[in-house]
Design a protein around this ligand. Structure first.
Ligand SMILES: Nc1ncnc2c1ncn2[C@@H]1O[C@H](COP(=O)(O)OP(=O)(O)OP(=O)(O)O)[C@@H](O)[C@H]1O
Length: 295
């Protein structure tokens, strides 16, 4: 069924509509959250510690049942996916569940047997480039090597939807750059959808990723990073001036911070190619500012 919130959800790799989730005796984590991921998008999911990124990714994958709302993957109910749809998904969990007694070669051979599609050349290329010992027990690998192996496993069957929960946390800067290149390659080559959570903002600045901000149980904003940096500005002035200015510019206020003496600071997204009047007090924002203000 097509969601009333996302008229194009049939074309989406993942569509979440009004998803609410509260842990039993725990916090409310997702609150009527709407989100859509399209083919060809690389989305970086940002949110503070405990904001609910892992919960959201698990719910998106159908690993958690929301209290309310609907999740669709490739147009199917995420809780009742058929095998074909399952085979189109790749997942790297935050804490990898690699079989520690296996060697990487055994692990990959094992998973290979489950998937009709498996790109041996890609696997071999990444194993060599990322210098993963093939025949040593996985428990003896470093944290970064285990993480890379987990990523290789998730890329090997060429998923159409790749979900990674903090995949770069134990990678060194060179490893992260290589990994990002691989992700972008996935998208460019096959129009896959990639979503990954991260805390490392500088990584996101390397590529024109879509950035999604998770705050108070909702996706507060999602847009390509270059567009955000171009279109989001911080304005300061009296509350009345701000109201008039926002209306005149057709701006979308994202966050208001009251200041002393009836003044306020408004973080707002402007329509593309807006020319600002000289009289306006305005600041540019960077990704750090956006993270601080929107999460
Ligand atoms: N199984 C659980 N039972 C109860 N509460 C939970 C459970 N898992 C997570 N939580 C709580 O839900 C909230 C969201 O947790 P989650 O792990 O999804 O956040 P996160 O954004 O991934 O955090 P981090 O950036 O620290 O990894 C937190 O308050 C956490 O304590």
């Amino acid at each position: 069924m097509t969601s009333p919130h996302f008229p194009h959800s049939d074309a989406a790799s993942a569509a979440l509509s009004q998803v609410t989730l509260r842990y039993p005796n725990g916090p409310s984590v997702l609150d009527r959250l709407d989100w859509q991921l399209l083919p060809g998008q690389v989305v970086g999911l940002l949110g503070r510690n405990g904001a609910g990124k892992t919960t959201l990714l698990e719910t998106l994958l159908g690993l958690r049942e929301p209290d309310a709302g609907a999740v669709q993957l490739f147009g199917q109910d995420a809780l009742r996916l058929d095998d074909a749809a399952r085979g189109r998904i790749g997942y790297v969990p935050q804490h990898s569940d690699l079989f520690e007694a296996f060697t990487p070669a055994q692990l990959l051979a094992y998973f290979r047997s489950f998937y009709p599609r498996w790109n041996d050349a890609k696997v071999e290329g990444l194993m060599s480039r990322w210098e993963i010992p093939r025949d040593q027990a996985i428990r003896k690998l470093s944290g970064g090597q285990k993480q890379r192996l987990s990523i290789i496993r998730a890329l090997a069957h060429e998923p159409d939807l790749l979900v990674l929960d903090e995949p770069v946390a134990s990678l060194d800067p060179a490893g992260r750059r290589d990994f990002l290149r691989e992700l972008v390659g996935e998208v460019m080559d096959r129009g896959a959808t990639v979503v990954f959570s991260t805390h490392i903002l500088s990584d996101l600045e390397r590529v024109a990723f879509n950035i999604a901000f998770l705050s108070r149980g909702r996706i507060a904003l999602q847009a390509p990073l270059d567009e955000l940096l171009e279109q989001v500005r911080a304005f300061t002035g009296s509350v009345t001036e701000m109201a008039t200015l926002m209306a005149r510019l057709g701006a979308q206020p994202l966050k208001r911070t009251p200041l002393e003496a009836g003044r306020e600071r408004v973080l707002a997204r402007l329509p593309a190619d807006t020319t600002l009047p000289d009289s306006v007090a305005v600041d540019r924002v960077n990704l750090d500012d956006l993270f601080t203000e929107l999460t």
